[in-house]
Design a protein around this ligand. Structure first.
Ligand code: GRF
Length: 189
C-alpha cells in the first residue's frame, strides 16, 4: 500500500471518491486542508480519515508553512501527496522532498485553460470540448508532466453548473483509477 496524504481547500468530493474507491493499492493516511471551514474536513470525519487544518497565517513564510507540513508528512511516512482542490501553489520545500511524488487533478485539457477558474474560463470560451488532466506538480501553475488526460464534449445547451457536474463526474471515476495504475507501476519498479 502506497501511503498518501490528500491536500484540499474546499468541498472535497474528489477526496471522498479517492477514499471510497474499491480495490485500492493506496491508503489515505491523512487529509490536510488550508481552510478552517473546508467541507472536506466534515467528509474526513464521516469517513474516519485523520485530518489536519494547517493555517498558513500561523507561519512567517511559505517555506515555514511547508516545513511544518513536511514534518507532519514524515510523521505518517507519507510517500505521495495527492492534491484535490488545493488552492495553493506548492513551492520548493515540498517539491524537492517529494520529487515526482505530488499529483494534481485539473478540470481542463491542459495546457488549455490553466489557473483557478478554468471551468468558468472554458464555459465563457464557448468551446465545444474541454477535458480533465492528471499531472505531476512542478513549480509552475498547472504545467507539470501529464500523467493522463481525456476529452469531454460540451453540450452547448449546458449551463455552467451542468458543465461543472459533468467534469466532476468524470474526475470522480478517473482520479482513483489513474492513481491505482500509477502506484501499480511504481510498486513494480
Ligand atoms: C476539481 O474540479 C479539481 O479538478 C480542481 O478542484 C476541484 C475540486 O473539487 N483542482 P472537490 O473539492 O474535489 O469537490
Amino acid at each position: 500500500m502506497v501511503k498518501i496524504a490528500v491536500f484540499a481547500s474546499g468541498n472535497g468530493s474528489n477526496f471522498e471518491k479517492l477514499v471510497q474507491a474499491k480495490d485500492k493499492n493506496y491508503s489515505i493516511e491523512l487529509l490536510i486542508v488550508d481552510q478552517e471551514d473546508a467541507f472536506a474536513l466534515d467528509r474526513a470525519k464521516n469517513l474516519g480519515i485523520r485530518s489536519k487544518f494547517i493555517n498558513p497565517k500561523n507561519f512567517t513564510s511559505k517555506s515555514e508553512y511547508e516545513k511544518n507540513i513536511f514534518s507532519i508528512l514524515k510523521e505518517y511516512s507519507i510517500e505521495y501527496i495527492v492534491l484535490a482542490g488545493y488552492m495553493r501553489i506548492i513551492s520548493s520545500e515540498l517539491l524537492r522532498n517529494f520529487e515526482k511524488k505530488i499529483i494534481n487533478i485539473h478540470p481542463s485539457y491542459l495546457p488549455e485553460f490553466p489557473g483557478r477558474d478554468s471551468i468558468g474560463d472554458v464555459f465563457r470560451s464557448k468551446n465545444s470540448q474541454t477535458g480533465i488532466t492528471i499531472h505531476y506538480v512542478d513549480e509552475g501553475i498547472d504545467t507539470g508532466e501529464i500523467i493522463y488526460q481525456e476529452r469531454i464534449d460540451i453540450n452547448p445547451l449546458w449551463n455552467k453548473e451542468e458543465l461543472t457536474n459533468k467534469i466532476h463526474e468524470r474526475e470522480h471515476i478517473v482520479y482513483p483509477e489513474v492513481l491505482k495504475s500509477l502506484f501499480d507501476r511504481s510498486i513494480n519498479i
